[in-house]
Every structure is written in structure tokens, then in C-alpha cells.
Design a protein around this ligand. Structure first.
Ligand code: ZN
Length: 602
């Protein structure tokens, strides 16, 4: 008797499990049919399908594949729960798709209540099946197998790997292509944004109508004759969740716009949100600035994060990723992208730092008037060939002519500059020259025991020639006034000869206004790099160092100088006439698409 009952219930359970399995598959079919209907109602061809459509399609495909390969476990409650949750998730997405799909030109628009009915029906049919399952969940018994715990664990593992991870990965592929289909608009404040985004009319006035002014050119369909006119097109299916300063993670709905001429959809991101990062852009900015300009250590930064946004970051990798992000673009690329140009006059210098086991040279070119860093590179040599390569990379990224460069006497660099920038004027740094003279005088004093007064007199005489000569010819003439016997001494004579030899270079600032007589701006910037290199000891590899150098240059260009400085509250970028939209520096960078990495975006 007892045995019979057990057998009966065993058969029931088997039937029930088969029903559950069929119901899951039916759910997927319903979802698929709904997708087909949405496509038929709104679009003519696949290329018009929104991103969410493709996402859902893939999710269904993944779920079905998993069911088929794991169906013998359909009796396990965990099998059913995992799938029920996943399918419910897909259903929600389809509902959003119904809500946001708008017909392509020529397709008839559906009324709102039609869409509401469609959603309702979908939920009803899915609920009736998954609801049925959940109803039975308590009643379903499974064969008590000694292995069941392990099987459950294995099922969860497989589900995570084959379903969730796979889905996430495919979604990410879609997302990374999205950069160029995202427009950033100037909007500083998160709280005010939440008000704006809820107000359709205001959003149209503040954002949509002004979109043509700061939308970058790509992302449209190939045949688009873009008039830079857009209309509102609902919200992204997934809002952005972002840590903001002084607060918790917050959710920001993201609106979309459609190009009136090609129908391409664009996401509209306020400037305080970065593309593809979980932290508000101002938090990332503060961390990077502290590390690069204020010599904060990585550990110190990790500590500060707790106070900055209430969120602890455990891994240094996050910070390194941010640095990498900041250093992806060459400074000239960003400045050019932001519409800034240069006078064409620069200071060039190389810094040298010994790292354990390797030598690091940094090469920089800074525009002295604005202090913008236009070129930065990492090289393991500073010979003519290496430097020529480095400058060639730079010249590819600019749309102006390099007219003049102030530098020290290092000949390989002079030759490299002349190789790359044709007809460039080169001026030698007076400070370097005077320093050498000063050193020579000290050696001379040691040898001849001359008085300090005499030493100082000789220095002043030499300096006067350097400073007052108006041309190469006048310098040569003035050098003749250095007729003291002291200047005949080999130590000093070599200095005088050097001046004579390079008279053109030491006086080029007289004929070319933009050339400076020192390289102080380049030196100042190199100091920042040196200090950081010393602090961290070494970078892992060449690429890592290169990224760091570029990140440092980009940060230096966009962060305003501190109060008390000569150009307090102004950044080099601002001094160069860059547009800031009245935003914090990191948002300024975001506005100018500093974090847009899709190739050919400009
Ligand atoms: Zn278009």
C-alpha cells in the first residue's frame, strides 16, 4: 500500500516537472512572439531595431540553450527558481521595449492605451505560467538523492556561468560600442538633474534644442544628412546607478533623443556622469588630481574615498583603471578635440629619472603663455632617432604649425625638432647657459683664488652680453667686450665660445616674440612627474608609464591653479581660451569627449 502511494506520487512529480519545463519554454515562445510583433509594428529592417531589442533576443536564446542542456534537473527547486527569476527579468525588459519602441518613418504609431494593453497581456500570460510554477513550488517534492546538495550547487554555478555571465558579456559588447551614441550635455548638479529629467518640456528647452551645439559628428547612420535636429525618445531601459559626492549610490534616469534625419537613437548624459563608470565624474576627478598634482599616495586615496562618497574601494586596480582612463588620449588629441589651438611656440625639455633596472626619460612640450602641455612622451633613449619618432607622433595630432621652440643645448633634441617641424625657430634657454657659466666660475675661483667680488663682476659682464644682444651679429660684437684676461682662461673661454657659436639661438627671442628665454614651464611640469616617479618607485612597464605621463599632462591642462597662484582658479585650458560651460574641470573634460574612445569619433 505504502509502496503504491510512493510510486503514484513519483509519477505525479515526474509529470509536474515536465509541465514546469514546458511552461518555461512556452514563456520564452511568448516573449519571442512579442518581440516579433514589436519588430513588425515598428521597423522595416533589423538595422533599425533598438539595442534593447537585441539584448532581449540574446537573453531568450541563452535561457533556452541552458534549459535544453540542463533539463534533466528540472525537478530541482533551484532549477525552477533560477529560471523563473531570469525569465521574469526578460519579461520586464520586453515591457520596457513596448513602452519605448517608436515606429520608424512610414509605420503607424500606436496609441498609449494600446501599448498598455500589450504589456498587460504579456505579464498576464507569463505570470499565469511562472505563477503556476511558484504556486507549485512548495508542493513539488524532489527525489531525495544523496547527491542533491552538490547537484544544486553545480546548477547554480552553471547558471551563473552560462546564463548570467554570458548575458552580461554580450550586453557589454553592445555597451562598449555605445560611446559614440552618447551625447554629453552641460549639467553640473545631480539634484537639479533629477528635477530636469522629470520635466519633459524643460528638458526639451534646456537639452534637446541645444543638442546641435555640442553633439559630436559620428554615431549617425552612414547615409544621414544630419541637420542636427533631434526629438525626444523616452528613457533608456536601464537608469544609471552612480556614487555621488557625499552620498550613497543614486539612480539617474537617462533620456534618449532621435536624429530627425536618420532615426539613430542617442543617450543624453549630464556632464557629471562619466561614460561607463560607477562613480560620479567629480569623485574620479578629485582622486586623480590628489594623486597627480598633490602627491597623494594610492593608499591615502583609498582611505579618503570613505569620506568622499561613503564607499570604500578595496582594490588599487580601480584607481589604476581611472588613471589609465585619464591617460588614454594624448594631450594634443584632447586639446584639439576641445577646439583649443596653440600659438605655435613651445618650451621643450627632457626629464631623466632612474628606475630600478631601467632608465626613464620624459619628453615634454609646453606652451609657455598658457602653460598647456601639448606633448608628453616616455622614451628609453633621448637620441635623435627616438626623439624624432616622438615628435612625429605629436605632429600627427595637431592642426597648427610649430613655429618656435625654446630648449636647452641638447643637440639630438635640436636635430629631432628640426627634422619634424620644418623651418622651426630654436631658442636656447638663458638659464641653462647662466648656470653653466656660474659653475665654470666656481671652478675658476677654486683654481685662481680670485675674490667673490671679481667672480660676481665677471658673471654680470657675461650675463649683460647674453641679455642685451639684439641679434647674432650684435652678440658677436658684444662678446668682444669680454676682454678681461679671465675670459681667456680655458674654463671661461669655453663658455664664451659656446655663446658665440650659438649666438643665433641665444637671440632668436628678439626676432620671434613667442620664444622664451627660459624653459621654466616645461621644467615645472617635469617636476610633477619626477616627484610621482620617486614616490611610486617604478611603473610596472613602459605602457603603464606612458599612460601615467599622459594622464598627468591631461590633468595638469584641465585643473585650475590654486588660489594665490598667478593665474588662480584658471586652468591652462582656460588660459588657452577653452570653453568650460561653467563646469568643474572634470566635467569640462567630459563635455569635450575626453572619455570617448571609439575610433574616428572626430
Ligand atoms: Zn542622423
Amino acid at each position: 500500500m505504502k509502496k503504491d502511494k510512493a510510486q503514484n506520487s513519483g509519477q505525479n512529480i515526474y509529470k509536474e516537472n515536465e509541465n514546469v519545463l514546458l511552461n518555461f519554454l512556452r514563456c520564452l515562445i511568448i516573449l519571442e512572439k512579442t518581440l516579433e510583433r514589436i519588430a513588425r509594428q515598428n521597423y522595416y529592417k533589423r538595422s533599425q531595431y533598438p539595442e534593447l531589442f537585441i539584448q532581449i533576443e540574446q537573453a531568450i536564446c541563452i535561457a533556452r540553450a541552458w534549459i535544453m542542456s540542463h533539463k534533466i534537473f528540472s525537478g530541482f527547486p533551484i532549477f525552477q527558481t533560477l529560471l523563473a527569476v531570469f525569465i521574469k527579468g526578460i519579461t520586464d525588459k520586453v515591457a520596457v521595449l513596448i513602452e519605448t519602441s517608436r515606429p520608424a518613418k512610414g509605420k503607424k504609431a500606436k496609441k498609449n492605451n494600446f501599448r498598455a494593453r500589450q504589456q498587460e497581456q504579456l505579464y498576464k500570460s507569463v505570470d499565469s505560467m511562472i505563477g503556476h510554477l511558484i504556486e507549485f513550488k512548495d508542493k513539488i517534492q524532489i527525489f531525495e538523492e544523496p547527491m542533491s546538495d552538490e547537484i544544486e550547487e553545480a546548477l547554480i554555478k552553471s547558471f551563473k556561468k552560462d546564463c548570467l555571465k554570458e548575458y552580461k558579456k554580450r550586453r557589454k559588447d553592445l555597451v562598449s560600442q555605445r560611446g559614440e551614441k552618447t551625447y554629453i550635455f552641460p549639467w553640473k548638479d545631480p539634484a537639479e538633474y533629477l528635477v530636469l529629467v522629470a520635466d519633459t518640456k524643460q528638458f526639451r528647452i534646456e537639452v534637446i534644442n541645444k543638442l546641435g551645439d555640442h553633439a559630436h559628428a559620428t554615431g549617425h547612420k552612414p547615409d544621414c544628412k544630419c541637420q542636427k535636429n533631434y526629438k525626444m525618445r523616452g528613457f533608456r531601459s536601464i537608469p544609471r546607478k552612480t556614487y555621488i559626492p557625499g552620498g550613497e549610490k543614486q539612480e539617474f534616469p537617462i533620456r534618449m533623443a532621435e536624429c530627425l534625419s536618420c532615426g539613430q537613437l542617442f543617450s543624453l548624459l549630464p556632464s557629471f556622469l562619466p561614460r561607463e563608470k560607477n562613480f560620479s565624474i567629480d569623485i574620479i576627478g578629485q582622486v586623480l588630481r590628489d594623486i597627480v598634482l598633490f602627491a597623494e599616495s594610492i593608499n591615502g586615496v583609498l582611505e579618503n574615498m570613505k569620506y568622499l562618497c561613503g564607499k570604500e574601494i578595496k582594490s588599487k586596480q580601480t584607481i589604476f583603471n581611472w588613471l589609465k582612463w585619464m591617460g588614454t588620449h594624448h594631450p594634443a588629441t584632447l586639446l584639439t578635440r576641445a577646439g583649443v589651438t596653440s600659438s605655435g611656440y613651445f618650451q621643450e625639455d627632457e626629464g631623466f629619472e632612474k628606475e630600478p633596472g631601467l632608465r626613464t626619460y620624459s619628453v615634454v612640450m609646453v606652451e609657455p603663455q598658457t602653460m598647456t602641455v601639448w606633448h608628453i612622451d616616455y622614451t628609453d633613449h633621448v637620441d635623435e632617432e627616438t626623439l624624432t619618432c616622438s615628435f612625429e607622433e605629436f605632429v600627427k595630432k595637431i592642426d597648427f604649425k610649430v613655429l618656435g621652440v625654446a630648449k636647452d643645448r641638447w643637440e639630438p633634441a635640436t636635430n629631432a625638432l628640426k627634422n619634424v617641424f620644418h623651418g622651426v625657430w630654436i631658442g636656447f634657454c638663458h638659464l641653462h647657459c647662466l648656470k653653466k657659466m656660474s659653475k665654470a666660475l666656481s671652478a675658476y675661483q677654486k683654481e685662481t683664488q680670485c675674490s667673490d667680488k671679481e667672480k660676481s663682476r665677471l658673471y654680470k659682464k657675461f650675463k649683460k652680453v647674453l641679455k642685451t644682444a639684439a641679434s647674432a651679429a650684435s652678440m658677436k660684437a658684444k662678446l668682444k667686450s669680454l676682454d678681461d684676461e679671465a675670459f681667456e682662461h680655458p674654463l671661461l673661454k669655453s663658455r664664451v665660445n659656446e655663446l658665440k657659436e650659438n649666438a643665433v639661438r641665444y637671440t632668436s627671442h628678439k626676432s620671434r616674440n613667442g620664444i622664451t628665454t627660459t624653459t621654466s614651464m616645461a621644467d615645472n611640469f617635469l617636476k610633477i612627474i619626477k616627484r610621482k616617479l620617486r614616490q611610486v618607485g617604478s611603473f610596472k612597464d613602459k605602457d603603464c608609464a606612458k599612460l601615467f605621463f599622459k594622464a598627468t599632462a591631461n590633468i595638469r591642462n584641465f585643473v585650475p591653479f590654486l588660489s594665490g597662484a598667478k593665474n588662480a582658479h584658471k586652468s591652462p585650458f582656460m588660459l588657452a581660451g577653452g570653453e568650460t560651460y561653467d563646469l568643474p574641470w572634470m566635467q569640462v573634460m567630459n563635455m569635450h569627449n575626453a572619455f570617448l574612445f571609439t575610433p574616428n569619433a572626430f
